[in-house]
Design a protein around this ligand. Sequence first.
Ligand code: NAG
Ligand code: NAG
Ligand code: NAG
Length: 564
Amino acid sequence: MLCAPGTRGYFSEEKHPAESRTQPPTVVVAIIARNAEHSLPYYLGALEALRYPKDRVSVWAATDHNSDNTTSLLKEWLTVMQKSYHSVEWRPMDRPESYAGEQGPKHWPNSRYEHVMKLKQAALNFARKRWADYILYADTDNILTNPDTLNLMIAENKSVVAPMLDSPGAYSNYWCGITPQGYYRRTAEYFPTRQRQRVGCYPVPMVHSTVLLDLRKQGMKGLAFFPPHLDYSWPYDDIIVFAFSCRAADIQMYLCNKQRYGYLNVPSKPHHTLEDDRLNFVHLHLESVIEGPRMFASRLVHMLPKQRDLLGFNEIYLINLRRRADRRDRMLALNSSDIKLLGVDLLPGYEDPYSRRTLTKGEVGCFLSHYFIWKEMVDLKMDKVLVFEDDVRFQANFKRRVLRLMEEVEQAKLDWDIIYLGRKQVKLDQEEAAVPGVHNLVQAGYSYWTLSYALSLQGAQKLLNAQPLSKMLPVDEFLPIMYDKHPNKRHKSHFPKRNLQAFSTRPLLVQPCHYAGDPEWVSDTETSTLWDDDGVPTDWRGSHKTMKGAGPPQMLSNSYKDEL
Ligand SMILES: *[C@@H]1O[C@H](CO)[C@@H](O)[C@H](O)[C@H]1NC(C)=O
Ligand SMILES: *[C@@H]1O[C@H](CO)[C@@H](O)[C@H](O)[C@H]1NC(C)=O
Ligand SMILES: *[C@@H]1O[C@H](CO)[C@@H](O)[C@H](O)[C@H]1NC(C)=O
């Protein structure tokens, strides 16, 4: 019956299951961590987020010579994550805290180079023994914010390949030139590559920090980190030893910069302390906050380091229009209908006190940048954040002074919404009462600029409740209205609830880098097109209110004089 003609035949019409797909290649991820408490949560957060099946990944992790909590953080993470990975190999070593002859945690005596070479070699041996297809080395201050980085590097099909990592400056994880002695050589290609003016995957003499090795390629058998090649006479340094090994084995290193893959911390100088390293990392973190590809901390590890790195704030925001031409262009490309779509409308009757023009697109963009921070703060229920605008100059001991200020604010149980760290006091003769129990803090009078301020959750909520987008004026006029120190009664009448509790540091902790009139001064908010004019670019060289020492009353336009 079964095989009778006309019935459902086993062999002719039955659908075969499709051939099942090949599993992705196997990868060993090598983690070598030392004094990395500040970056580890972000580093591990990025590893967790990699879009690659974790059961095809084994983790080889070692720590050594730590004076911070690196070992327990890493262990905490591996304990949870070992269920997801194919296997985990754990080589902790906390003591001694330092190497023989080491003058500080950022100093590299030969004993340290040698230890790192041996660790890298041990990871390589582990991967070879397991017949892993790839090994990915990634330093613990390299944050792979692009979750496809591993797939993208594998797809390049190179023996040794690195994703170009970004830093706040020119530093990255490759060289375009090497001297006959094995040192870094400046080349014409470096900057165009770093700035992605040329984009691709390029043969280079050196990649380091985050590097993927394809162990299936035949030529890879001869590579080694330790011991160095018999002919080796170049500097005793793990990355140079490896570059030499590749060269001796006829293996070409490649660097890819087709996408943004992540960040790397700028290395501290040999005499630097761990604190300098952490500060560099705070800078990097800020960069990630501004630039888009954000770093996210793993939720599986202890977050104490974050609190400390961010000066006790939940987040530090940097609003950066001037230095980032691309952001500025995007902002200025907003046309009047885009702006209206966001629900933006001008405060009726607003005009600049000096020029009598209305808002520029730059001013709208600047307001929106602040507004979106307030909104994110409320959405994520952040207790307090710190906001900086572009191009600020920090006063000496900035960090220590902020920490002390916030400590005293807390001890005094001050009910605060906003604390200016940088601003321009409009009426210099206006009395500003000192705050009892807190050094260097006053009640804020009428102020211009929003260079830097601390904002509390309650403060952000009050600013949003005022619904300022639909009656917009420059953000540095809006804030004084909200704490009821603005002289213009008509403007104030649009915001009935003006109970923001505003303070200012005195002396200020932040100054502008350039003042109006300085040769280098260009203001995005002041020189851009009027907000509702999509045709004519205004060549407005700045409102006088940003001028150094501009004494207001005599320069105020009539609309303001009425109110004073
Ligand atoms: C170190 O980390 C462990 C686990 O991650 C945590 O329980 C401990 O409180 C941390 N110690 C310090 C001093 O941060
Ligand atoms: C990868 O490169 C090798 C040479 O190393 C070549 O034989 C192979 O075909 C390439 N694979 C793909 C998928 O392009
Ligand atoms: C504004 O730009 C958008 C695209 O960004 C376009 O669709 C719209 O027509 C433009 N409006 C005006 C008034 O030019």
